[in-house]
Design a protein around this ligand. Sequence first.
Ligand code: KG4
Ligand code: ZN
Length: 344
Amino acid sequence: MRPSVILGIESSCDETAAALVRSDGRVLAHRLLGQEAAHAPFGGVVPEIAARAHVEALEPLIVAALRDAGMALAEVDAIAATAGPGLIGGVMVGLVTGKAMAHAAGKPFVAVNHLEGHALSPRLSDPDLAFPYLLLLVSGGHCQLLLVQGVGRYRRLATTIDDAAGEAFDKTAKLLGLGFPGGPAVERAAARGNPAAVPLPRPLKGSAEPHFSFAGLKSAVARAAGQHSPEDLAASFQAAVIDCLIDRTTRALARAGGVNALVVAGGVAANGAVRAALATLAQAHGLRFVAPPLWLCTDNAAMIAWAGAERFAQGLTDPLDTPARPRWPLDPEAEAVRGAGVKA
Ligand code: KG4
Ligand code: ZN
């Protein structure tokens, strides 16, 4: 059977992206425009600036992706766009564009949950990765442990009761004056510091439920700032985050039952020390460790096209009146966590 080709669109945060991905896992084109420079003066993503930037960037990126792949829109089999969760203004830009293109070209439309894009992205980079697997999803907006049982079948084992891991990296970077985006800046500074220099807490470490908490850690960094070098603070902070991630993931592995692999995805999965610690954990449990390449960890449209391809292959398409959803949990059955805010 001829593989199908999916056009994917991503605009839920501060990356505008378009990609063409084949159902056999071949990435035909992927284009991305980050907005770091526009948000840097504010030390974080400003929703209104993001939405306007998506409007300007998206169409040229789609045109460029089609040109890179040497394809016309008529040759695409389906169009997939992120429908949430994320910043509503940005989500609407990509979603409306995708739906309009699907309508104009008479193509099926697939509404993709951004988190499902992250969750399935390891199967794009590793075609041998079979369900079920335990996924640590660590990004700027989310920190979850998910049992991935199949396309559209996710059981959330844990989430954060306050900040996401990437958010903690970003806030720590801001506090230490390391710039934005914070994750890569903290990782670079940490490489030159001593991870044992600053005693920092490991929130929720050892607790029975595998949930996460990072707000207290960030406050502890704030209190210690000024008494230590930014490098030592960054290294100690990163070590504390990794300690928590490993402890919580170990707990979730015990709950997950038999899985085929330990998988990490989301922007924080781009961190080399995080990846190394998880690889060691997987090895200790006799599990395969799968982490997508760095460009596929941070937000991109190839993962949206791929999730679209996985859904399309199962006949899962969506009507053109599908709404944008600022919140959209992957596991709607998951219980609200005591102490947690309103995050999905
Ligand atoms: O998945 P992503 O691109 O966007 C969201 O959906 O949130 O994740 C972005 C997050 C940011 O918080 C960023 O600081 C973090 O991932 N990040 C990192 C690294 N690269 C990106 N965190 C730690 N180390 C990194 N190398
Ligand atoms: Zn993301």
